[in-house]
Design a protein around this ligand. Sequence first.
Ligand code: ATP
Ligand code: MG
Length: 578
Amino acid sequence: MKMSKLFVQTLREFPSDAEVVSHKMLGRAGFIKKLAPGVYTYMPLMWRVLKKVENIVREEMDRAGAQELLMPFVQPKELWEESGRWEVYGRELMRLKDRHDRDMCLGPTHEEIITSVARDNLKSYKQLPVNLYQIQSKFRDEIRPRYGLLRGREFIMKDAYSFDIDEAGLDKEYENMAQAYKRIFERCGLETKMVQSDSGAIGGSVSHEFMVITDTDAGENDVFYCTECDYSANSNHAVSILPEAVVDGKDYFSKKEILDTPSTHSIEELSAFLKIPSTLILKSLVYIVDKKPVIALIRADKAVEETKLMNAAGGIEIRIASAAEIEELMQQKGFTAEPGFIGPNGMDGIKIIADETVYDMKNFVVGINQTDKHLVGANLEDVLPKDVIKADIRLVEQGELCPICKRPLSVTKGIEVGNIFKLGTKYSKPMNAVYTDVNGKTHPYVMGCYGIGISRTAAAAVEAHHDEHGIKWPLAIAPYHVVIVPVNIQDEAQMNVANALYEVLKNAGVEVVLDDRDERAGVKFKDADLIGFPFRITVGKTISEGLVECKIRETDELVKMTPDEVKQNIIDAVLSIQ
Ligand code: ATP
Ligand code: MG
């Protein structure tokens, strides 16, 4: 490919709405073009990268025994009603009507469709196990599309679904997929951590995420991990040994009484006013889960993890209640308290979930739904209703102890590039997707599902491999392997060497761009760094000594060598990734 012909426009500036490195660089280097929030055109350079990621995924899925198919992107409501998800999926599901007024949706994921495909075709235990996958655009009307390809609304995903006769079969396939995922991300030049995670709206019991660990802002997940053993988990799933309340030995409130606590809206204000550690305060927080209020109780030195709370409440959507919603709840229960003075007493009919930290508390302080007042010297029997739900809803903190080996946990940011779920019979049961066993009895298939964000993986590679000048594509997923830059295209000798190298590399199967533009060398070097070609061959004055210069983008190393050496080294490098 000649640079003069390549359909790419690099920009002087980063896109104005770009917050993270991959969005900035992919926009400026002409890889993506925004059409609408979270919706992008993949320009030719990007498409080459995406196809390479897809091919690695395809090769490894095929090697692991899965078979590729392609399901429709537009899906009818009826199947989503069978699984029960039409009602509960929420607004990420993009719903539309066809000309006959039939409800449809754009596929955000394909459990319903694949389960219907399976039940029509997999009738006997003799046909199982099967693992089917596709690579396709998905649409999710994300509440906050951002970070370019990392969180788009339309994005490319590989989704695979396995069907087994029993749990043991699923366990085996789950492990098989975990191994395939390790190979996939390794081949893409990405270091990943496989961490335990919450199973979310897709459901099931066991799941893991593959995280690219990053110190950039793009890491939307907090990953807790142990440096002593291999425990690691997304914060929405992480657990630690219950931290003991540090109380300084003083006996604060041996008598139960109601005290005036004027203007103590926050935990800090309340503990300063009463001169007590926050571990003596029972914090009551109001959330809205699936449109209904839920009260979360936790020891006040700890924070609530919303996904854990949502799961404990059995919901699929959660947010903290607004001041107006709290006021409404108070009115409904006959109270007038402002936020900061809420408590569990008198909240009959409202779901109350108490964190494990609450159960060790004694003679503590708690809100009683009266502004400027708290009950002190309270104990559990005074405040917890009979139908309280006890659950771990606590956000783990760095330094708390590992649940396996009791060493302090560390925390880091991660980008989730893939995940694997054990679904069990979550879809096969309600959708009556069954096989017949050797005795003629029917059973629902035991299913797993396995996703990889193809476009997110490509963007994560930019987060992991770049410097201030641009992208440093890993060789296996780079849009082209090499750019050849003649310093002066008017110089016939330079052009002869450049053209000869171009032909020879191209013929050897190397993907090469010849920068034949009549631009200053500095401009061409800048573009080469920005676009992130793994190798840059500069053909300049040193050809009189029979040498050209090779720049290795990953390390920015410059090496002078003969065109023959360039040829051999690059061909070897390219062959080694295949
Ligand atoms: P997240 O927690 O980041 O929203 P998810 O749990 O919704 O991800 P899945 O439904 O399991 O993700 O989708 C499988 C894979 O698809 C994810 O691991 C991720 O790599 C990718 N993915 C999910 N949502 C997006 C998105 N909005 N943009 C780009 N890739 C995405
Ligand atoms: Mg999501």
